[in-house]
Write a protein that binds this ligand. Structure first.
Ligand code: NDP
Length: 282
C-alpha cells in the first residue's frame, strides 16, 4: 500500500510554525499584515479569499480586505496597489485571480512591489527562482516541495517528471525540483508518447486540469505521485488529475484529493507573509 501523503496534517504543522513566528514578531511590537484584494464577486474567488482570511486569523496575521466592484477600472486597481506598496504597515499584497476581463492581469501583478509579492507571480520573483536567488516562490509549487521533504522523500538525483507547464504550477515546480537536484522533464499537450515519459518518473507531478487522466499505465512501480488537479467527478465528489483508486496500488506514495496539495497553498501563503517581514527588515 502506498504512503498517503497527508497534506492536511503537513499544512497544519506549517501554519503552527508560522503562528509561532507571528507571535515572536508581536512580542517585538510588529504586526504581520496581508492586504487581500478581490475585484468582483466570482463565487470561487470569494471562497478562496474567505479561506485565506480564516488562515490569517488562525496564525495571527492581520488581513486587510479590499472588496472592489466588478466595474473597477485597471487604473483604480493599480492606484490601490501603489498605495499599499508605499505603506510600511503592509507586508504582503495579494490580488485574487482571475480578474474581470477588462483588467490586464500581468499589468496588475507587475505593479505589486516584489518585496510584497507573497503569491510569487511577479517576473522578478520568477526570475529569482530561475537563477537561484532568494525571492518569493509561488505557493502551490512551494507546497509540493514541502510535501515531499516532510514525507522524507529524497529528490536529489531522482527522475522527476511534471505533466503540465503552466506559469503557476508546472514551470515553477520544475525549477524547484531542479533546485533540489532532481533530473527534471516537463511534459505538455504536445509531448509525444506521454506514457513512455511518465513511466520513467521516480517522482511524478501532475497538473493537467483533466479529471482522473493519469491511470496506472502512466506509472512506474513504486513511483511517488503528486496530484495537483482539483475537480468534481460525475458524482459531485472531489477528485484530481490522477485516478487515485487505479494508481494508489502501484505507487509508493501518493497525495489524495482532497487533502493533498490543496491545503498546502494557503499554508505556504502564510509562510510567505512572515518571510516578507524578514525580507523587509533586511
Ligand atoms: P493549466 O490549464 O494552466 O495547464 C495545464 C497544463 O497541462 C498545460 O501545460 C497543458 O499543456 C497540459 N496538458 C493539458 N492536456 C494535456 C495532455 N493531454 N497531455 C499532456 N499535457 C497536457 O492548468 P494549471 O496548471 O493552472 O492547473 C492544473 C490543475 O491543478 C487544475 O486542475 C487546477 O484546478 C489545479 N490547481 C490546483 C491548485 C491547488 O491545489 N492549490 C492550484 C493551482 C491549480 P499545454 O501547455 O501544451 O497547453
Amino acid at each position: 500500500m502506498a504512503l498517503l501523503i497527508d497534506g492536511k496534517k503537513i499544512a497544519a504543522t506549517i501554519k503552527d510554525e508560522v503562528k509561532e513566528r507571528v507571535a515572536d514578531y508581536q512580542k517585538e511590537g510588529k504586526e504581520v499584515t496581508l492586504a487581500v484584494i478581490q475585484v468582483g464577486q466570482d463565487p470561487a474567488s470569494t471562497v478562496y479569499v474567505g479561506n485565506k482570511k480564516k488562515a490569517c486569523a488562525y496564525v495571527g496575521i492581520r488581513s486587510l480586505a479590499y472588496e472592489l466592484e466588478e466595474s473597477t477600472s485597471q487604473e483604480e486597481l493599480l492606484e490601490l496597489i501603489a498605495k499599499l506598496n508605499a505603506r510600511t504597515d503592509v507586508n504582503g499584497i495579494l490580488v485574487q485571480l482571475p480578474l474581470p476581463k477588462h483588467i490586464d492581469e500581468d499589468a496588475v501583478i507587475h505593479e505589486i512591489a516584489p518585496e510584497k509579492d507573497v503569491d510569487g507571480f511577479h517576473t522578478q520573483s520568477v526570475g529569482a527562482l530561475c537563477i537561484g536567488e532568494p525571492g518569493f516562490v509561488s505557493c502551490t509549487p512551494a507546497g509540493i516541495i514541502q510535501l515531499l521533504k516532510r514525507s522524507h522523500i529524497d529528490i536529489a538525483g531522482k527522475e522527476c517528471v511534471i505533466v503540465g507547464r503552466s506559469n503557476i504550477v508546472g514551470k515553477p515546480v520544475a525549477l524547484l525540483l531542479l533546485r533540489e537536484n532532481g533530473t527534471v522533464t516537463v511534459c505538455h499537450s504536445r509531448t509525444q508518447d506521454l506514457k513512455e515519459v511518465t513511466k520513467r518518473a521516480d517522482i511524478l507531478v501532475v497538473a493537467i486540469g483533466k479529471p482522473k487522466f493519469i491511470t496506472k499505465e502512466y506509472i512506474k512501480d513504486g513511483a511517488v505521485v503528486i496530484d495537483v488537479g482539483i475537480h468534481r467527478d460525475e458524482n459531485n465528489k472531489l477528485c484530481g488529475d490522477v485516478d487515485f483508486a487505479d494508481v494508489e496500488p502501484v505507487a509508493s506514495a501518493i497525495t489524495p484529493v482532497p487533502g493533498g496539495v490543496g491545503p498546502m497553498t494557503i499554508a505556504m501563503l502564510m509562510h510567505n507573509c512572515v518571510e516578507a517581514v524578514a525580507l523587509q527588515d533586511k
